[in-house]
Design a protein around this ligand. Structure first.
Ligand code: AKG
Length: 274
């Protein structure tokens, strides 16, 4: 992924050649997802799992700021400096900005820590279908649909076939439809594209178009899966930090943020409708 002729300092920092970034962005837009292997080390995964466990202990799911169930926590950047400081890690952020624009922002930052009791196992697109099509109509292949938001999914544990892998139906972000109701024993498909299980090594990151049909498969093993997400949106796509217009980024987060991180937290230059 990283150009072998890049200067050693760039390779160390994980910075990719701009042509590689553009190629990854194009592939993401075409297929609706992109696997970026080995973005962080196994040691970093262990550090993040420790941070996630601490947050689960310190911030109950019933806290005013939370509210999504025992196995999920949101707004992680408020509770962990390490997690906050990785919102702009290369090459993930470079591909994200190539897709969403250099003025994109973070819209959500959560973690699914799940075992066989829990999974987001319904096939869905995030929120709603944004470019709906009538039955029998497909988008012209020459049209590249704008991507308004995407998820970066950071696997902090190895995820094998029985460990609840994320599953996607490639190209379905172009379908203009919700996934069809599917018998739980079967997987949906879109045209000639069947569902794919994203088996992962700890440290891999997947970028997922928010309009692609996806789900977390039920966990069948005795393992606990840690899947952390930084989700991003175009400037015109609003952040989802409850309580929304009343939300204030905490001072301690802002004090530690770099200029790029401040922008990702929503501190934009003025634009239209200011
Ligand atoms: O748990 C997963 O792998 C999928 C998560 C998901 O579908 C979601 O957060 O919308």
């Amino acid at each position: 992924m990283i150009a072998t002729d890049a200067p050693a300092s760039d390779r160390d920092r994980g910075i990719c050649n701009p042509n590689d970034i553009q190629a990854m962005a194009r592939r993401f837009l075409r297929e609706g997802y992109l696997v970026i292997p080995a973005v962080i080390s196994r040691d970093a995964c262990a550090m993040f799992r420790g941070e996630v466990d601490r947050i689960f202990d310190e911030v109950p799911c019933t806290a005013e700021d939370q509210g999504y169930g025992e196995w999920l926590r949101v707004k992680l950047f408020q509770y962990s400096r390490e997690i906050a400081s990785h919102m702009d890690l290369s090459p993930v952020i470079d591909v994200v900005e190539a897709v969403l624009g250099a003025n994109c922002h973070l819209i959500s930052n959560n973690v699914v820590r799940n075992d066989r009791r829990y999974a987001i196992s319904e096939w869905h697109v995030d929120e709603e279908v944004l470019f709906p099509l009538p039955n029998g109509v497909e988008h012209d292949e020459r049209v590249e649909l704008p991507c308004l938001s995407l998820n970066s999914q950071w696997y902090l544990t190895d995820v094998g076939p029985d460990d609840g892998p994320t599953q996607v139906v490639p190209y379905s972000h172009r379908s203009g439809r919700m996934p069809p109701p599917t018998d739980p024993a079967r997987q949906p498909s879109y045209g000639k594209h069947g569902a794919v299980s994203l088996l992962a090594k700890a440290g891999d990151v997947v970028l997922q178009h928010a309009q692609i049909w996806h789900r977390g498969a039920p966990v069948l093993s005795d393992r606990t899966r840690y899947m952390m997400q930084y989700s991003y949106g175009r400037r015109c796509f609003s952040q989802r930090f409850h309580p929304f217009t009343g939300y204030r980024v905490p001072e301690h987060v802002l004090a530690a943020a770099t200029p790029r991180q401040r922008r990702l937290l929503g501190f934009h230059e003025r634009g239209p409708w200011g």
